[in-house]
Design a protein around this ligand. Sequence first.
Ligand code: SF4
Ligand code: SF4
Length: 347
Amino acid sequence: MTDKMVKKADLNELLNRLLEDYRVFAPVRRGDITTFQQISAADEPDFSCTNTILSPKSLMLPQSECLFDFTLEKGSDMAGIMREIDKDYSPRVIFGIRPCDAQSFQLLDLNFDTSPYRDPWWVRRRHHTTLVGLGCNVPCSTCFCTSVGGSPFAEDGLDLLLTDVGDEFALQAITEKGEQLLTKTGIDTEPSAATAKAVLACKESALGLMRSSVPTNNLEKHDATALFNADFWDKVQFACINCGICTYVCPTCWCFDIQDEVRKNNGVRLRNWDSCMSPLFTLHGSGHNPRNEKLQRVRQRFMHKLKYFVDKYERGVACVGCGRCVEQCPVNIDIREVVRLMNQFKV
Ligand code: SF4
Ligand code: SF4
């Protein structure tokens, strides 16, 4: 696959060329917060933020989206028939996605794009999206991607990888989609030997800067029921206020709820993010709630990511080590500590 380089001063020109063929989404700073947004030629992306507070998950699985509409108006041809709402599936690029977030899409594919259950909205968005990653020269202190199958410059799940080497970005196409995008940029400058050397140095240095690691080697060996009944859950759940922030910021939390909103004779069917930390998440129509207690909900979040998923898919944990839940939890519940407790568990 092809390698090119672009001077940082020419990056806007590159983005403008992409804007001719794609909708481009990139991290943009508004006030104190950087989030992934659709950009125009006037926008200046913010590549200085290693981990945005919210992952780009919402670009694949929107926080709230209308799937269908319906009407019960008498005389309408469509009365009583659900109609899928048109959406924009034109080609788009997520530019500057971090490797852990790209890896999270691959984990979510297991849920949304696995026979026989294929989510058509997820599948179409994935198909029409090219992922241009930005390697992490300086991982955050809470990052632990190297413990869960990733790394600051992992290529898995990306179409193209950028490396920040001072005044330049090195561009490495990883897939055919990445090659096509690189062609559209019109960039034809090959990286110099010095740039190629700087790329290797960035990769090596980033690994040396990883400050967090967690052991996961015993998780699949443990008996799920014994782990479920472990004493430490009481300690883990003690401070949790069930705010759900950990699930909303997490790139691998995929739970959603379907709601119909109706006004007079017309309505829409919506899909909204949901959270296993909410008591309503498991409330049955009968009034019974199998996860009525906070302990049950906290345990479910960790058991799902670190045990049930591991046993079901044999692909490791459902966590890419981005550290967002560690940074954002208001009461400092730290998944790295919970992994340690689970991994070292003895009956
Ligand atoms: S962010 Fe912290 S306090 Fe809020 S639900 Fe998650 S673990 Fe509990
Ligand atoms: S569980 Fe926490 S560290 Fe793991 S992917 Fe989700 S937010 Fe990131």
